[in-house]
Design a protein around this ligand. Structure first.
Ligand code: BGC
Length: 746
């Protein structure tokens, strides 16, 4: 019996090894057959655009590009989708090029695909890793059914700056939560078998420091110290690598003076060196060429050299590898071994995807028809939307609303909008496919509902880009909205940002409600204070006035296709909200960057005199802290027990959580630590564990956590992970503020 098990184990091991070795051998054999130009060809990625008569190149220079494909000079295309379109373009490569190497087709599949899921920041608010993984899974099922092989997601950039428009695309401000999300999304996209036709390769981006753009201005300089780099920025990337992410993307920014695209330290020393990462690195769009305006490369040729030396394996749309690499090798400036290494990584991805077995395997038009916008996908996206909603405030239990006998006014420029809730970055998602709040509320017919927008949206869709604003000067609708609000039992106001007011290139210098929305809110408040404010936004907003005056505030982000249904379900109590903020909300923009895991400083205060770390015109406290989120249930924490395991440099933690209410609900139990003194100063709080737990009305549960060196240690300024003995606080609660505390000495 034992022998059989042994033989079985050996055979598994042997098979696993042969598979890996097989690819190595196949890649080696193929590389030997390839000319220098063909190897460089694998390092080029071009964009296409969607043309119903077939794929066509964007720049109109079609002959050159088709010829490039036919001669094996294109490794990858992005922005071509559709089973038929991809099959046709693949044919050009496979049937014409000398070695018939297939192209890998990529696209930004960011939150769902045709079925649009909540924006990633909203999903992060669910703190539900299974649901997040499932969201990425469905995105992969739909994207692969459209013939795609590879997504440029997840974006795992940590950011502490709500001005930065791309916070909508990430997991928020915390490296621990961000790491869990990174791993969940990678697993969701890639499944357990990259060669299956319903999985796609993922890409951890943007490596690194892009989320630390100064003043939150997109593409801006990042200057961060070693401690922040290792302890805050890199952990989610490492988690993605450990989860087996098939690729990385570098970034537009400079990090400490070096453009990330040309940064050897990041790409060769850390990623491909210490982390031993064998996947591939794609540049960001044109980022190789951008090293010239950055002032790092003297011209395009120099930029190509620096990027290739630094470890950028594929050139997305700079067209510089294509022009310069062969000559750089021939002149002896660039070692051909680096070209071999880059081409090897690209080819390996193609082998892992199974493209050499069947280059057309993902292009199945029947599957495409059957799976895009499948009702099960829409239902899952709606469930995800419900989980992503955060109840920020609920004075006097204004929510949930009674289901009958009430008069309701629904107001706001976003109240009936079917496009904005889809958010930014949804290339396959069609305008107008979201359920609006108006449609969602109409499904509860036993209240009266009067609708008045108050303000309009202005703007247009230019090609793939929307430029939309919320009315900045037309006040004509405000009177009607005020009249609708007068005398109603409740006013539901849907305000915030249009879906295209966050995302790439959409940094904001103001964090209030855009356009005339604050004016509309205050005008309505004059006649009716029973307001439920439903916020739709792609970033934290500074809404201090609303927090002071409005009794109930619901954070509804941009929730995708099921938006209105999810919001109505929460407003009427069919869903008990359970989301928690993945990013701190500031009171005012002057507090930004504001984040919960800050350092104590030598003058934490408060003291009588002015000489402590504070503002003289605003408190240090945020509007809503990281981890905050209310429920219709009422949870309490008790009996925090911490047993230190000094020998093992760890601790066992238990805590009781009770639902003291008459409704069932989910609570996210959060564990934070504070390391009091260390060779590198540690934050006043760091999230190290959490569990989302379901508690029936009146139910209590004991939640257990195990802390070890992984949780209690940190990276020192040499980039080494260390554990240092000393005094630690262990804090457990329902947000990053408050909670129960026990102190241990290790
Ligand atoms: C973005 C990337 C994206 C790429 C391709 C760039 O502008 O920064 O995140 O993947 O475009 O669309």
């Amino acid at each position: 019996m034992k022998n059989t098990v042994f033989i079985f184990l050996v055979s598994i091991l042997f098979t696993a090894q042969t598979v890996a070795q097989n690819y190595d051998k196949q890649v080696d054999d193929l590389l030997k057959k390839m000319t220098l130009e063909e190897k460089i060809g694998q390092m080029n990625q071009y964009t296409g655009f969607f043309d119903i008569t077939g794929p066509a190149p964007m720049d109109g220079d079609s002959k050159v590009k088709y010829d490039d494909i036919k001669s094996g000079r294109v490794g990858s295309m992005l922005n071509v989708r559709g089973a038929k379109q991809i099959r046709e373009m693949q044919k050009l490569a496979v049937e014409n090029s000398r070695l018939g190497i297939p192209i890998v087709f990529a696209m930004d599949v960011i939150h769902g695909h045709k079925t649009v899921f909540p924006i990633p920041l909203a999903e992060a608010a669910s703190w539900d890793m299974e649901a997040i993984e499932q969201g990425a899974r469905i995105a992969a099922i739909e994207a692969s059914a459209e013939g795609l092989h590879w997504t440029f997601a997840p974006m795992v950039d940590i950011s502490r700056d709500a001005r930065w428009g791309r916070v909508m695309e990430g997991g928020g401000e915390d490296p621990y939560l961000g790491s869990q999300i990174a791993a969940a999304r990678v697993k969701g996209f890639q499944g357990t078998d990259l060669s299956a036709t319903n999985t796609i390769a993922a890409c951890a981006k943007h490596f690194a420091g892009y989320g630390f753009a100064e003043a939150g201005k997109d593409y801006n300089t990042s200057d961060v110290g070693t401690s922040t780099l290792y302890n805050v920025i890199l952990p989610p990337f490492k988690a993605a690598a450990e989860a087996g992410v098939a690729s990385f993307m570098n970034s537009f920014n400079t990090l400490n003076g070096i453009p990330a695209t040309g940064d050897r330290f990041l790409q060769r020393d850390i990623l491909k060196g210490s982390w031993n990462y064998d996947g591939m690195m794609v540049s960001d769009w044109g980022s190789i060429g951008e090293m010239v305006p950055h002032g790092f490369a003297k011209d395009g040729r120099h930029a190509a050299l620096l990027a290739a030396q630094a470890g950028s394996d594929m050139d997305m749309e700079s067209h510089l590898y294509k022009v310069h690499l062969a000559e750089l090798v021939k002149s002896g400036e660039l070692d051909e071994k680096l070209i071999d290494d880059a081409a090897r990584r690209v080819l390996l991805l193609k082998y892992k995807l199974g493209l050499f077995d069947d280059p057309y395997k993902y292009s199945d038009e029947l599957r495409e028809k059957e799976l895009l916008m499948h009702p099960d996908h829409i239902a899952t996206a709606t469930e995800m939307a419900k989980k992503s909603i955060v109840l920020l405030k609920n004075d006097n239990k204004l929510l949930p609303l009674a289901k009958s006998g009430k008069s309701i006014a629904l107001i706001g420029p976003l109240s009936d909008d079917k496009t904005s809730p889809l958010g930014n970055w949804r290339l396959a998602g069609d305008d107008g496919t979201a359920i609006s709040v108006l449609e969602g509320l109409k499904k509860y017919p036993n209240n009266t509902l009067q609708h008045a927008k108050g303000l309009n949206l202005i703007g247009e869709r230019i090609q793939f880009v929307h430029e939309v604003e919320i009315n900045t000067d037309d006040r004509t609708g405000i009177t009607e909205a005020v009249a609708a609000a007068r005398g109603k039992d409740v006013v539901v106001m849907v305000l915030g940002e249009h879906g295209y007011q966050s995302g790439e290139g959409r940094s904001r210098a103001h964090l209030g409600l855009p356009g005339l929305q604050q004016e509309l809110l205050e005008a309505v408040y004059e006649v009716n204070q029973n307001i439920v404010l439903v916020l739709m936004n792609g970033r934290p907003l500074a809404i201090d006035w609303a927090n002071e005056n409005i009794p109930a505030i619901v954070e509804a982000w941009q929730l995708g296709i099921g938006s209105g249904d999810a919001i109505a379900s929460v407003l009427y109590g069919d869903t008990n909200p359970s989301g928690k903020l993945p990013m701190t909300f500031p009171k005012t923009i002057g507090q930004v960057p504001i984040y919960y895991n800050f350092m104590n400083t030598g003058r934490p205060g408060p003291i009588e005199m002015v000489f402590w770390s504070h503002y003289i015109d605003e408190t240090n406290a945020p509007l809503y802290p990281f981890g905050h989120g209310l429920s219709y249930a009422d949870f309490s924490y008790s009996d925090l027990n911490v047993t230190s395991k000094a020998m093992l440099n760890g601790a066992k933690v238990s805590v009781n959580v009770t639902n003291n209410s008459t409704v069932d609900g989910h609570e996210v139990v959060q564990l934070y630590i504070r390391d009091y003194f260390a060779s590198v100063v540690r934050p006043i709080k760091e999230l190290k564990a959490f569990e989302k737990v379901f508690l029936k009305a009146g139910e209590s549960k004991t939640i257990l956590f195990d802390l070890g060196e992984d949780e209690l240690g940190f990276y020192n300024n040499q980039g080494k992970f260390v554990f240092e003995k000393g005094k630690f606080d262990i804090m457990v609660g329902g947000s990053s503020m408050g909670g129960l505390v026990k102190t241990i000495d290790l």
